[in-house]
Design a protein around this ligand. Structure first.
Ligand code: ADP
Ligand code: MG
Length: 493
């Protein structure tokens, strides 16, 4: 791959060393497990958490004479993902054998794609807050099989193998070396995950191994030539990704500042020590002896196939965010928060339907998300439904309840459930907008506090005290705007 520098060096991201500033350059190879019922080339189930070797067919176990049969759904999922990455879909692609022996890989080779992948160049947009939007190039996406798992902790002097994962479809998504900080790398993994979750092509579950990243790290003088990279294998959490990158960049800077050279090698991150250590150097890099898989035909698509999949795509996070800003009047920040996951975006859209989009966003983000976070709950298990929250927003918009009473009402709906409008009626929570009733309260308070009246007439800021008294007398139900207006005229302010 030819390396092109698409970024302008940003001093905020520089790492200072003993001899001056450095910049890190990162490129990621993300392995995403395809969401599918069965494996890439066999009918075995992909269900997670099954007893060892429950999901193994003769093909997965590489019994002699067994032949792979392509799973069309996995192909559609890869194309959908490519479309979500705004990438080139290759109408002709080829499966290759990547030969290497490992006990968790019965055939002695992985079926992958090498020179002709199913998806070519694309791009991903990252929203980096104050630093604005960053575009990260995608080099390619290819389909390949996963391996099984060795278990070394089951027996004192034997290792076991579980082939449940063997043959499961993976998408390897390779980025260009466009990332310049660990925050960008994390945002990139996150964004890929969000896009694939919207598409339903990968569940993005890092704890279950559905999403892993190989992280290539190099350092250089700001804007200089690309340095020698090290590849940190199989990072399976966002936190580890951050730690591994920071450690590795610093390690390379220390070597270079001591006058040494960075060896191109594959390294492993150890979560216990927070360090990376060498696994193999470029010198012992395997020769995979790639050749076209003789048991499979090349994949050939026509335009109709691609167009059909394109037509079935859901609205993706970037487009949704844009629409929330343009059509519903949200701030870009609020829109980003809401589209970060599809369930939240759908929930918000139900609350906002036919209502004030901004007010709805406030209630979803500040009240609902705030409360869910506090209780460690997900939006999918929210005790307050979109209909109920919409009902609360309606009552505020109509002026039936104030924002403050709305918070009490939210609390009642959260703990007891019920229809917000009915609750407001039954519990007498409706805002008093009847000016006659407010006037009566104001008159009584003014009559009882001649000293305060005199003070307020000297210093109009003291009117706040009266507002407080009226709100107290009305148990918080007086319409604050009406109270202010009536007070002003009664006090002659
Ligand atoms: P390989 O398959 O040998 O790992 P690739 O050419 O496919 O090699 O590149 C793998 C990844 O390494 C890509 O994500 C690419 O962006 C990244 N990369 C290449 N050069 C550098 C570099 N100098 N620094 C950081 N990342 C790099
Ligand atoms: Mg690599």
């Amino acid at each position: 791959m030819t390396l092109v520098d698409t970024r302008t060096p940003d001093p905020k991201k520089f790492i200072s060393g003993a001899t001056g500033d450095w910049e890190m350059v990162l490129g990621l190879e993300v392995h995403a497990q395809v969401t599918s019922e069965s494996k890439l080339f066999s009918g075995s189930s992909t269900e997670f958490g099954q007893p060892p070797n429950n999901n193994v067919s003769f093909v997965d176990a590489a019994m002699p004479g067994m032949l792979p049969v392509i799973n069309e759904e996995c192909v559609r999922q890869a194309v959908r993902t490519g479309l979500g990455l705004k990438a080139q879909i290759n109408k002709h692609s080829i499966f290759d054998r990547k030969n290497y022996f490992y006990p968790d890989q019965p055939p002695g080779y992985q079926i992958s794609q090498y020179l002709d992948p199913i998806v070519g160049e694309g791009k991903v947009l990252l929203d980096m807050g104050e630093d604005g939007e960053v575009e990260i190039g995608i080099e390619r996406l290819h389909l390949e099989t996963d391996a099984g798992k060795l278990m070394h902790d089951q027996h004192p002097n034997m290792s076991f193998v579980d082939l449940n994962r063997a043959g499961v479809a993976l998408m390897e998504i390779v980025s260009k070396p466009d990332l310049r900080s660990s925050d960008e790398a994390k945002a990139y993994i996150n964004k890929l995950r969000t896009i694939m979750r919207y598409l339903g092509t990968c569940d993005g579950n890092m704890e279950q191994g559905s999403l892993r990243a190989d992280i290539n790290v190099s350092v250089r003088r700001p804007g200089g030539d690309f340095g020698t990279r090290c590849e940190i294998k199989n990072v399976n959490s966002m936190r580890f990704a951050g730690q591994a990158i920071e450690y590795e960049a610093r390690r390379q800077i220390d070597i270079l500042e001591d006058g040494g050279v960075v060896d191109q090698e594959t390294r492993l991150f150890d979560p216990k020590t927070g360090e990376t250590r060498s696994m193999r150097s470029k010198e012992d890099a395997q020769d995979y002896r790639y050749f076209p898989e003789p048991d499979l035909l090349p994949l050939e698509f026509d335009d109709a196939f691609i167009e059909g999949l394109k037509a079935g795509l859901p609205e993706l996070p970037d487009e949704k965010r844009h629409r929330f800003v343009e059509e519903l009047g949200l701030t870009p920040y609020d829109a980003s928060v809401l589209v970060a996951d599809r369930t939240s975006a759908d929930f918000y859209e139900k609350v906002a339907d036919g209502r004030d989009g901004k007010l709805a966003a406030n209630w979803v983000i500040n009240e609902l998300f705030g409360r869910l976070n506090k209780e460690g709950l997900e939006i999918s298990t929210s005790p307050v439904s979109a209909e109920q929250l919409g009902g609360i927003v309606d009552l505020i918009s109509k002026g039936d309840i104030s924002g403050k009473i709305a918070k009490d009402l939210f609390e009642i709906v959260w703990t007891e459930g019920g229809d917000p409008a009915k609750l407001v009626e039954e519990r007498g929570m409706k805002q008093v907008t009847d000016t006659g009733a407010i006037e009566k309260m104001v008159d009584e308070i003014v009559a009882a506090n001649p000293d305060q009246v005199a003070k307020a007439q000297q210093n109009p800021k003291l009117m706040g005290w009266f507002v407080g008294q009226v709100m107290k007398a009305s148990q918080g139900k007086a319409n604050p705007q009406a109270v202010n207006e009536i007070l002003k005229s009664k006090l002659g302010l």
